[in-house]
Design a binder for this molecule. Structure first.
Ligand code: GLA
Length: 752
């Protein structure tokens, strides 16, 4: 059983297979946090709590005359506000009488089978009876504001989810100025924090630093989860590495503005608070109304960052992603964006389809520019009907012709946006977010539709579902190409304007939910100028997200490395694009581009008509390799074997859960003269099993192996390679000296 209540000691304990989380109701009714770490048995961890008379730490009235009880030093599950805890708080509230205060005490709790869900918001779901829910109700006895703390325990998956429901049971309306989803205190330890920052075309760069005596904030106020920071943070032992040390993850299931705060206080206690962005947030709760926060996925691994990542990979694949393509293999696609940009017509698209079919590609995706008057990014957004000038035969006939070539047909949309140069804006200028009396901020020359409005969502649903109904569409790329500003909705009263950012996301989820449920056979891929909305919220509606507009494989190595800490490769949109690369001008071999894109959803984004015959040959091979490795890449355990800039190569591996096979991937990011040899240790194999090197790709593509003498080359080529898992994991494997334009090798081993 995952959730246990010890009545006598008022202990609430949550067990997962490898972790335990414990809290206790103290004599004054505070819900104190006791422990989160390696799995315990029946221990009561309250002995860890020490109360001292600390200077400048206020004491609650009930404890009088004791000066040792203080909210400012106690580890809490959800803090109050304005009542003596000076650290970062979980909530900020202005009450009906104007006061800024909340002070919670335990009222009751309930243990329920199954996993709670959150109305209107994405959340992890249970398959069968794999999860349990704990709801602890806290109450402010003065205002009657209730905080129901939700804990979802996925025992076998080592994940505990958190969310909070706030209920105004008082007589007067109150204003929530902050409503975090989780608060966890770590009274002891020496911690580093890890976050994933970036920018457009270089997302999720991993950054790790010791946690100093300050509040570190990771967040976004852009109305999207953002390129700049991903809603995922890790707290780990200063000494922790991939395979050792305690590591805790906190991932928000949300696609809008967010805030994660990590504070190391005066006594070295660390507090993590995560939830909605509170900048310009103000949510009015009238009498009887409730507010549900988004969910945070919390996980602990006592043995390093790799197992922590595995916990998230598994949970996202199995408990966040949904629908037909949750498990089905997704078609290998070609997208015309980098091949044509806006400059295409029926003919050029069909030419790409011809070439793609010949290469074995399975789907053609028509990107931006097929609708309205859209010949650049200045016009047309909002007009979701075909551009007859570019596609005179109509979308249906075009899709059918693509289908006739043996390819499925996919389409790009950006429903949340409008250009002023569009029929939609001329008809409904009031549908765009804008602050009264001010000209709205343009970005990529577009404005943002007010997704909190039902009429806007109805228009979008009608116009987009018409396209999906009338045309044989197998895939949708759902883009969103700007940060949001001008957060004002004409539909809301002045006192509700602080709700717009969150209402936008609720509206978005409502619309995404409706569209994906109405068209269950369509594969949806999220996108936001690349990876500005790469988060678990979007993954609830689309099982993959375009990871970055940077398709340079050498940059992609770092982007995909950062992404791999929280997200499985099955979610990572990745394509082979042209060389020289359009974003960086760098030339890499097609083999290298293939190896990197294969660690994601895999597809192409180039003009196949411009490829050499050799490259085409390579592509055919890549496609058959990807099919062969598909389930290993999709559900194998992912191991980061190097970190960016640590070496002159990057290496990562997929190992089957049952130890039957593994795939090593190595890219030489800075080929060396007279090098230290590349040497990697395999992971996740069965020590006693014998593994045969089944294939090694590929020196046939312009790179060449430098041995210095032919005998050694001959020996390398001809050696019969069978090793024990133990040898490969402990002794490792040495790779040849490769030269060329960023060469790459894939080594596939199978149990002999
Ligand atoms: C965004 C996407 C690209 C492409 C363009 C089209 O930048 O990330 O992949 O679809 O929009 O305008």
């Amino acid at each position: 059983m995952g959730i246990i209540f010890d009545k006598e000691n008022k202990l609430l304990t949550l067990h997962t297979e490898h972790s335990t989380y414990q809290m206790q109701v103290d004599p004054y009714g505070f819900l104190q946090h006791l422990y989160y770490g390696d799995r315990l048995d029946t221990e009561d961890m309250s002995y860890l709590r020490m109360n001292f008379d600390r200077a400048c730490a206020g004491n609650p009235d009930e404890a009088y005359p004791s000066r040792t009880v203080s909210a400012n030093t106690m580890p809490q599950e959800y803090t109050g506000y304005g009542v003596g805890d000076y650290r970062i708080n979980s909530i900020a509230v202005q009450n009906g009488d104007g006061s800024y205060a909340a002070d919670f005490r335990y009222e009751k709790h309930e243990i329920r089978p199954g996993k709670y869900s959150i109305p209107g918001l994405p959340a992890a779901y249970a398959n069968g009876g794999e999860a349990e829910t704990l709801v602890v109700t806290l109450k402010d006895p003065v205002t009657d504001l209730k905080a129901e703390l939700y804990y979802g325990v996925f025992e076998k998956k080592d994940v505990i989810t958190r969310a909070v429901r706030l209920i105004n049971e008082g007589e007067k309306p109150l204003r929530l100025l902050k409503a975090a989803s989780l608060c966890v205190d770590f009274p002891y330890g020496n911690w580093d924090s890890i976050h994933f920052h970036g920018k457009h075309a270089l997302e999720k760069q991993m950054e790790r630093s010791p946690l100093g005596h300050l509040v570190k904030t990771v967040g976004s106020n852009r109305g999207t989860s953002s390129h700049q920071q991903n809603p995922f943070v890790i707290l780990c032992d200063h000494e922790a590495g991939e395979d050792h040390g305690a590591a805790y993850g906190f991932m928000l299931v949300y696609s809008g503005g967010f805030k994660a705060e990590l504070e190391r206080d005066q006594f070295d206690s660390v507090r993590v608070v995560m939830g909605l962005q509170d900048d310009a947030f103000c949510w009015t709760l009238d009498k009887g109304e409730t507010f549900f926060t988004p969910e945070v996925l919390m996980s602990y691994a006592g043995n390093g960052l790799t197992p922590l990542s595995h916990n998230y990979h598994r949970l996202i694949r199995e408990n966040i992603c949904r629908g037909k393509y949750k498990n089905a293999r997704r078609p290998i696609l070609i997208n015309n964006w980098e091949a044509t940009y806006f400059d295409f017509n029926e003919e050029s698209i069909l030419k790409i389809a011809d070439e793609a079919a010949d290469l074995g590609i399975e789907m053609l995706v028509l990107d931006d520019g097929w609708f309205g008057v859209r010949n650049s990014d200045n016009t047309g957004l909002g007009d979701w009907f075909v551009n007859a000038e570019k596609i005179p035969c109509g979308l249906r006939a075009l899709a059918q012709q693509v289908n006739a070539r043996g390819l499925k047909f996919g389409l790009w949309i950006e429903p949340e946006m409008v250009n002023e140069e569009s029929q939609l804006y001329r008809k409904h200028p009031e549908w765009a977010l804008q602050v009264p009396g001010r000209r709205p901020v343009r970005s990529r020359n577009q404005l943002v539709l007010d997704m909190s409005r039902q009429d806007v969502r109805d228009y979008l649903f009608d116009s987009i579902s018409k396209i999906l109904r009338e045309n044989p569409i197998a895939y949708i790329k759902w883009d969103m190409n700007r940060s949001i500003s001008d957060m004002y909705s004409v539909m809301l009263q002045a006192e509700h304007q602080g709700e717009v950012a969150h209402r936008y996301i609720l509206g978005l989820y409502d619309f995404m939910g409706k569209l994906t449920e109405t068209f269950p056979d369509i594969l949806f891929e999220g996108c936001s100028g690349g990876g500005a909305r790469f988060d678990a919220g979007i993954l609830y509606y689309s099982p993959q997200i375009w990871c970055s507009d940077d398709t340079d494989p050498i940059h992609r190595l770092n982007i995909q490395y950062g992404t791999s800490f929280g997200y499985p490769s099955s979610t990572v949109g990745a394509h082979v694009s042209a060389a020289p690369n359009h974003q960086t001008g760098r030339t890499t071999q097609i083999n290298t581009r293939g190896v990197v894109a294969m660690s994601g959803t895999f597809g192409y984004e180039l003009d196949p008509g411009k490829l050499s015959d050799e490259d085409k040959q390579q592509i055919r091979k890549q496609i058959s390799s990807f099919k062969k490795y598909y389930s290993l890449i999709r559900s194998g355990r992912y191991y980061r074997l190097t970190a960016p800039h640590q070496n002159y190569y990057m290496a990562w591996e997929f190992a089957a859960e049952d130890g039957s096979e593994a795939l090593m991937n190595i890219v030489y990011t800075d080929p060396q003269p007279n090098p230290t040899l590349v040497h990697v240790k395999w992971k996740g194999l069965e020590a006693d099993a014998l593994y045969r090197v089944e294939s090694k790709s590929s020196e046939e593509d312009g790179s060449f192996v430098h041995f210095g003498n032919p005998e050694e080359a001959d020996r390398y080529e001809k050696r019969s390679e069978t090793y024990t898992g133990r040898a490969l994991m402990q002794g490792g494997y040495t790779l040849p000296w490769l030269l060329g334009d960023y060469p790459a090798i894939q080594i596939h081993i199978v149990k002999a």
